[in-house]
Design a protein around this ligand. Sequence first.
Ligand SMILES: Cc1cc2nc3c(=O)[nH]c(=O)nc-3n(C[C@H](O)[C@H](O)[C@H](O)COP(=O)(O)OP(=O)(O)OC[C@H]3O[C@@H](n4cnc5c(N)ncnc54)[C@H](O)[C@@H]3O)c2cc1C
Length: 290
Amino acid sequence: MIRKIADILKEKKRTYSFEFFPPKTEKGEANLYKTAAAFAELGPDWFSVTYGAGGSTRQKTMEIVDELQKRFDIPVMHHFTCVGHSKAELKSIIGEMEKRNIHNILALRGDAPEGEDEWKPAPDGLEYCYQLIELIRTHGNTFSIGVAGFPEGHIDCPDKETDSKYLKIKIDSGGEFVITQLFFDNKDYFEYLDRAKKVGVGVRIIPGIIPITNYKTLIRFCNTCGATIPDRVHDIFRPLDGNDEATYKAGVDFVVEQCNDLLAGGAPGLHFYSLNKVNPTKEILSKINR
Ligand SMILES: Cc1cc2nc3c(=O)[nH]c(=O)nc-3n(C[C@H](O)[C@H](O)[C@H](O)COP(=O)(O)OP(=O)(O)OC[C@H]3O[C@@H](n4cnc5c(N)ncnc54)[C@H](O)[C@@H]3O)c2cc1C
């Protein structure tokens, strides 16, 4: 049986994991398996595959998780959101995961589909992530469950303290570890750990790391997810905009420094948003003090 992440966390002081998204084309999917093969050589603790905001990539997530596990014998975490699903549909998908030997889920509420301003639960659906966790837990300990964490506070949450209280509810409902939203100022991560500890969250909080390869893409990405780009990051990458080689090199240097500082400060590993590319993540990993 495929290993559960909660069990891996009991054994290892630090973990390294890589996140993929389901490609839209067959060629993209074939490339993803080549990328995953290169990542498999780096000894990952697990892979994860995102769950699209709607449309065909959602079924693809399960197919890709299944295929990655079969090809590489590495645990693959299935991201899973409440968006657009009734409770009955959510239950049926969870049952399908169990049948396919998928035992690791990143439980998420998800965001409003593109074009809709406000998050609304689907008819007969769930409103918050913790309710999805409760639903998954009706299967007992079949699944290891991770949740999302937001070092700067979730974009719709009134303040950081309230955000920590909601995190605690997710953990009390059955969440076993946290993977954070991307961030660039490590102070945000360490302060988040302090707030989480204060409200009694004792599980691992693994920083989510995004390699920087393009200034404009970075701005677009951060606008979507609400992560702040500090002045220091603008100052490094704005002058390099349009120079791919220099941006790549500066991006590797920046993220290596960020990761080393996180690990030295006690971060229990790193989760990389690989964007389905081996590099620069592989190069970054080779340069950090693991
Ligand atoms: C590592 C990571 C991976 C992700 N992967 C995906 C993905 O694959 N697909 C995707 O669509 N999205 C993904 N997301 C984005 C995520 O779905 C969104 O950020 C979403 O807006 C929040 O999800 P959540 O599970 O944290 O929601 P929740 O914890 O439910 O929080 C949502 C909002 O409700 C508030 N809230 C929470 N609990 C309560 C409560 N008990 N009472 C009142 N208010 C409450 C929170 O403050 C927040 O504002 C990912 C995010 C991260 C960090």
